[in-house]
Ligand binder design. Structure first.
Ligand SMILES: [Zn+2]
Length: 185
């Protein structure tokens, strides 16, 4: 199975705010016992592993009974925090986002070019819909298989699908302009 992760970030936090915001979520996850400090931290899986109540974060229907019952298999690989100016994007199967007004898909090369400009300039670009003319900042075209620049992110690595209520709560905690992408390596 290929590696994958779900990555959360803020679209408008500056470098200092972003790190504070993401580490505040780490503390929240530790307090809720969704995660715990890992005894074997690594660069890919991160420095946190599943906690005693990690099952609270997942969509129970997606977890095979055998895993919950045996308790032998991990529910996810780890939680990784990254900070510093970066792009969070799907790698295998990157897609342009759909227009928030008419739903027309942005071409992959247009989305990729806008993302490159964002990363190089650190200024979020405005993009236009080729169908209806809608013009808005790229971050206001949300799509889980696209990509966005940010100063810090938190990823659940190789995890089961997160419960919708848990994902909503985490996004709300990240502030006015939260972002999330699903990455398949
Ligand atoms: Zn449109």
């Amino acid at each position: 199975m290929s590696d994958n992760w779900i990555e959360f970030f803020s679209l408008d936090a500056d470098e200092r705010e972003a790190a504070q915001l993401i580490y505040a979520q780490v503390q929240w996850l530790l307090d809720r016992e969704i995660i715990a400090h890992s005894e074997r931290p690594d660069e890919f899986h991160g420095t946190y592993r599943e906690g005693p109540r990690s099952v609270d974060a997942f969509d129970a229907a997606s977890i095979p009974d055998s895993i919950g019952a045996s308790g032998e298999q991990m529910l996810f690989g780890g939680v990784r925090v990254e900070h510093g100016w970066q792009v969070s994007h799907n790698i295998d199967g990157f897609e342009g986002p759909p227009c928030p007004v008419c739903g027309s898909w942005m071409a992959i090369d247009v989305a990729g070019d806008a993302l490159r400009r964002w990363y190089m300039s650190r200024v979020e670009p405005e993009v236009n819909c080729a169908s209806c003319g809608q013009a808005d900042l790229l971050g206001n075209w949300p799509h889980k298989f696209a990509g966005y620049a940010n100063y810090a992110s938190l990823s659940f690595v190789n995890s089961w699908p997160l419960a919708p209520h848990f994902e909503r709560e985490l996004l709300e905690r990240i502030g006015r302009r939260p972002g999330v992408v699903c990455v398949r390596l």
